[in-house]
Write a protein that binds this ligand. Sequence first.
Ligand SMILES: *[C@@H]1O[C@H](CO)[C@@H](O)[C@H](O)[C@H]1NC(C)=O
Ligand SMILES: *[C@@H]1O[C@H](CO)[C@@H](O)[C@H](O)[C@H]1NC(C)=O
Ligand SMILES: *[C@@H]1O[C@H](CO)[C@@H](O)[C@H](O)[C@H]1NC(C)=O
Ligand SMILES: *[C@@H]1O[C@H](CO)[C@@H](O)[C@H](O)[C@H]1NC(C)=O
Ligand SMILES: *[C@@H]1O[C@H](CO)[C@@H](O)[C@H](O)[C@H]1NC(C)=O
Length: 308
Amino acid sequence: MNFLTLVYAALKVLTATPSESTISKVIPPHESTWTYDGKGNGINDWYQLYPKCKGQFQSPINIDTRLVDYNSSMKIDFIGFQKLYQAFIENNGHTVQLGVEESTKPVLTGSAVDNKIYVFAQLHFHWGTDSLLGSEHSINSTFYPLEGHLAFYRKEYESFDKALNYSDGLVVVSIFFKHADEENHALDRLIKGIQKIPRYRDKSLIPGFFNFSDILPSNLNNFYKYSGSLTTPPCLEIVTWLIIAEPVNISEGQTEIFRHERANMISSKTGEYAYLNHNYREQSPLNHRRVTASFMVNSNTDQNEYIA
Ligand SMILES: *[C@@H]1O[C@H](CO)[C@@H](O)[C@H](O)[C@H]1NC(C)=O
Ligand SMILES: *[C@@H]1O[C@H](CO)[C@@H](O)[C@H](O)[C@H]1NC(C)=O
Ligand SMILES: *[C@@H]1O[C@H](CO)[C@@H](O)[C@H](O)[C@H]1NC(C)=O
Ligand SMILES: *[C@@H]1O[C@H](CO)[C@@H](O)[C@H](O)[C@H]1NC(C)=O
Ligand SMILES: *[C@@H]1O[C@H](CO)[C@@H](O)[C@H](O)[C@H]1NC(C)=O
């Protein structure tokens, strides 16, 4: 039986705003075929259409800093991130995703990625219903309310889609956002852009120009690295993850704007698209992978140190 044709009664009571019931049915098959909450095509069923989602080296993970190796010679160079770009942002039913119009994109290189060149493809976000959850990765089992993913493909492979065929095809830089009392006005343009795309498939230009520095922390030298997967279907295990340690401030009110986006699922209660108020994937075990840090993570160091 084709699950896409069924109407589902997956009920989950959400305590935080927006407090709409998520009883939902899956939208028709010509549209997006996976969801976070839908029954039959929600997180636990992704593997049915995308077998890799059951792989051994999946993302996200928890980073237990006691188990992290130290390698001081890992460096990342961010090139073209201080320039201004004309950026657009889109609600794709799973997240809000930002791209740049210019043909010359920002790039990433450095010893942490074997000095290969990776070209910026898109930036998207993961969040949750309340401030205790939302990020996909966690440090010492502590989650952040929001996590941004800057996705890059290896230049040699010419495009994002072609790079998906290679084990070193993608690099994703992860940025954590942490709740602070004050609004972070550097995020104003991004947030204004998000407010313009509340519905599934809405797309808009970011007002003015976009400066990546506005959404990056000041310290980009301290990061964790491990090998994993896309955290959404097709869950391909081709991602070098670079997780920046220092979080960026955001206010609860600013995070709330993300929670008012609509998903690619119809709520049977309202007959409208359901709120996309959480879009993080559950974590996977490390399974013998090692996480490396570019800095001394623990105060009292019983850490393995690699001398490069
Ligand atoms: C982008 O922002 C950074 C950090 O605030 C700043 O140093 C840089 O000058 C900005 N770029 C432009 C072109 O305004
Ligand atoms: C440390 O990092 C450098 C740069 O990424 C790499 O060349 C080297 O192999 C790493 N050392 C170990 C022991 O993994
Ligand atoms: C990936 O590789 C397969 C087999 O080599 C090829 O058929 C396919 O066209 C490639 N896909 C892309 C997007 O390059
Ligand atoms: C982030 O917010 C905290 C207070 O919550 C403040 O101490 C800190 O200076 C802020 N960081 C930046 C970069 O503004
Ligand atoms: C994680 O825990 C270790 C020791 O258990 C501690 O030294 C370290 O500061 C913690 N790091 C973070 C970011 O919570």
